[in-house]
Design a protein around this ligand. Sequence first.
Ligand SMILES: [Fe+2]
Ligand SMILES: [Fe+2]
Length: 153
Amino acid sequence: MCCAANKNKELIKLLQRAYSEELLASYQYWLGAQVAEGACLDETKSELLEHYEEEFEHAKLLSDKIIALGGSPVITPREWYDHAPEGFAAPSDPQTKTLLEQNIKGEQGAIGFYNEILEFLGECDCSTYKMIEQIRNDEIKHEEDLTGILNKL
Ligand SMILES: [Fe+2]
Ligand SMILES: [Fe+2]
């Protein structure tokens, strides 16, 4: 780690928001797969379940990093919303088209936020940079995969 102490504290906060967003996204994907109805159903469900697992993996990576930096992962689910007030879109309309659109929007938000973290890191803390870059690239792939299904509907 090569961040100044004040920057390190700010980084932990950003990672806590990312961690909260990942857990909310993971749940959104899982729940979407449970309730989905409509066109391209099997393909949509299996894609949502794949993303559910991958977002959970991202949360794990972020949790490890937060602890390594001397911080604490967000301890209660209630606090996930405090850190990530826009991190969850309820699948109240279960049509695959709506679910795909909601999740694409979520992925776009995640890509933007990870780009902000990369900008914040700049030259500092190379291992965190690489980890965030990898997660950001996964989100880009997620967005592409969801868009691919949406375009078939
Ligand atoms: Fe993710
Ligand atoms: Fe994603």
